[in-house]
Design a protein around this ligand. Structure first.
Ligand code: MG
Length: 203
């Protein structure tokens, strides 16, 4: 399986990092070794001193697709979860300055904690799903799919122009404002609507 991520998909987050609103979706990937499941702890890596959390809704692809039209995109995912796109911001800032790839900043081991997934049918309106992230009990990020620049269907359509989507692939759909650093001893908790879905302690 592969993990496809979209960057810069919420205006307030673009603003907080001083980036430009993209003319087309910004994609990057994480390898499958980035996955961190079952609320296992995240071990702070020694190659970075500025690891940031980015809470994001995650789609699970349920059938093979290529060149998917937006109006059919909703049939290609059946489950939604919440994940954290851990980012080595110091490494990413260096890469951005020199126009180099983000692989080391985004693709490292354990950089993609994910929750269990809920069936898409649990949500009455996919265009109005709220989610949030708590850091040591305080809300630091609040998102809602109504605020996405590129909604689920457009992300799937655009990504599938370039890569074949396969059953089990995951799509991280972008983070709202409020990203920030973690330190050893922190606890992150991810909510979808009112459900606590994900816990991740930093060790
Ligand atoms: Mg992200």
């Amino acid at each position: 399986m592969k993990i496809i991520c979209i960057g810069r998909n919420y205006h307030a987050h673009i603003k907080e990092l001083g980036n430009e609103v993209p003319a087309e979706p910004v994609f990057f990937t994480k390898p499958d070794t980035a996955l961190l499941i079952r609320n296992r702890p995240f071990y702070y890596p020694d190659f970075s001193s500025d690891i940031h959390y980015e809470a994001e809704l995650v789609l699970k692809i349920c059938k093979v697709g290529k060149n998917i039209q937006p109006q059919f995109a909703h049939t290609y995912f059946d489950k939604i979860g919440i994940g954290i796109d851990f980012t080595a911001r110091d490494i990413q800032d260096r890469a951005k300055k020199s126009g180099l790839p983000w692989f080391r900043a985004k693709g490292f081991d354990q950089s993609a904690p994910i929750s269990p997934f809920l069936p898409k049918s649990d949500f009455s309106d996919l265009k109005n799903i709220s989610f949030s992230l708590l850091l040591n009990g305080e809300v630091v990020q609040k998102g809602n799919t109504s605020l996405m620049i590129y909604p689920f269907d457009e992300i799937i359509a655009e990504a599938s122009k370039f890569v074949t989507l396969r059953t089990g692939d995951l799509i991280f759909t972008g983070t709202p404002a409020g990203v920030g650093p973690v330190k050893i001893g922190d606890l992150l908790e991810g909510y979808m609507e009112e459900h606590l879905m994900l816990k991740c302690s930093i060790k």
